[in-house]
Design a protein around this ligand. Structure first.
Ligand code: PYC
Length: 418
């Protein structure tokens, strides 16, 4: 990517010394009456799709429409965990390409996204959980992904604060360790992709809500927004939370049910945890950010909803489960909590590719695993739009699989959903 002069070393030094104002990382534009491609959704998926369309395929007459602000949906409401230790070969290959893209993202975007590959550990508290992990480890290794089973003594060596004694209600019997996994700074990923797409001429339109999608004779013709209509031969639905409703605007039905997923963060403490720790049995995952805060997550709320408010019930539950794992955290204070919306599909895999409406593409159904897939989703959706050919990496995630009985069952590796 060519660096605009405003980001040169000279520019940085001049601003540092003179206090001159920083230029905005992306610009505002009037809506054009038509674009070659309209992307709906200004999270990491939409932004990555816009970036790769422009940077890899030279398609720059692109509008990205976001009804709120960039990164204000699922991209700003997740726990920023990156991993590729999935259960199905299709899932492992796909997420591993994303992890590889994350590894060079800071250099590719010239933006520090703070990807920290500190390792990802999933704990087993029962023989059946251990069996699924053994299965995952074997599938991972066959795909060239680093994953191995650990026994409780090895777990104690890796994360000394985890209670591996026989005292807890659900003693730890082993774990799946995935060294390349880790955490990333989610805002930085959004800002990096946005800045790069803007530099290549993509129009990023915030506060721009899609209220209708025009379809004539089975073909998409454009969208209607709160700022006016836009004609476009290609519309890509990259939304999360409202993805089924956006599909409905085009008359496309998708098997998605939306649930909130809550998370919380504590006050910062000195770094002591350099591994992401997950327990499916306790429905909890814990990591420590570079600022020292502990980030806690759980599984989705038990009922569908579009609410992004936190609940006391969640805080009580997550605190109980974290303390079962790491009793030493008893005095830590929770600072804040939030919820994101998860579009769950029947097989815990996404829906990507064409739809029955020509020119209307989907990159949706991201459940609790969307953020980690942003780069590869953007790369493959851009390739599909630019070449008209479905990349092999996403062929298994097509919408038609639900009608044709070709599910990609990923539940056994979907965060703490199992
Ligand atoms: O799939 O790793 C994951 C995950 C973490 C939090 C939610 N999902």
């Amino acid at each position: 990517m060519t660096r605009p002069a405003r980001y040169s070393a000279y520019g940085l030094a001049r601003r540092g010394l003179t206090g001159a104002a920083w230029p905005p990382a992306w610009r505002a534009h009037e809506l054009r009456p038509s674009y070659d491609v309209v992307i709906v959704g200004g999270g990491v998926h939409g932004l990555a799709t816009a970036h790769y369309l422009a940077a890899k395929h030279g398609i720059t007459n692109v509008a990205l429409l976001e009804r709120g602000y960039l990164g204000g949906g699922g991209s700003g409401r997740n726990t920023a965990i990156i991993r590729s230790n999935y259960l199905t070969p299709e899932g492992v290959r796909f997420y591993d390409r994303s992890l590889t893209l994350y590894e060079s993202l800071a250099a590719d975007l010239n933006f520090n996204v703070m990807f920290s590959q500190r390792g990802h550990l999933t704990l087993a508290h029962s023989d059946s959980a251990l069996r699924t992990m053994r299965w995952r480890a074997e599938v991972n290794k066959l795909q060239g992904v680093d994953s191995e089973l650990l026994d409780p003594a090895e777990i104690a060596g890796l994360v000394p604060h985890v209670d591996v004694s026989d005292q807890p209600r659900y003693p730890i019997v082993g774990g799946l360790f995935h060294p390349p996994g880790g955490i990333v700074r989610h805002d930085a990923v959004v800002w990096g992709y946005a800045r790069a797409a803007d530099a290549n001429g993509v129009h990023l339109h915030q506060d721009t809500e899609v209220v209708g999608i025009d379809v004539v004779d089975g073909r998409v013709r454009g969208v209607r927004t709160n700022r006016g209509p836009i004609a476009a031969p290609v519309v890509v639905n990259c939304t999360a939370g409202w993805s089924s409703l956006v599909c409905e605007l085009a008359g496309v039905e998708v098997p998605i049910t939306t649930y909130p997923l809550q998370a919380a963060v504590t006050e910062p403490v000195r770094p002591f945890l350099d591994t992401v720790v997950v327990s499916g049995t306790l429905h909890v995952y814990v990591s420590q950010t570079d600022r020292g805060e502990l980030v806690f997550g759980a599984s989705v709320d038990p009922y569908p909803s579009y609410s992004t408010r936190g609940s006391l019930e969640f805080t009580e539950g997550v605190a109980t489960h974290v303390l079962e794992l790491m009793p030493a955290l008893a005095k830590l204070r929770v600072l804040r909590q939030w919820a994101g919306l998860c579009d769950m599909t029947p097989d815990f895999s996404p829906i990507m590719g064409r739809t029955p409406v020509d020119g209307f593409y989907v990159d949706i159904g991201w459940g609790t695993y969307g953020f980690k897939a942003g780069p590869v989703a953007g790369e493959t959706m851009a390739e599909l739009v630019a070449t008209g050919t479905t990349p092999e990496l996403i062929a298994a995630f097509d919408l038609a699989r639900f009608a044709e009985g070709r599910l990609v069952g990923e539940r056994g590796a979907a965060a703490v959903g199992h």
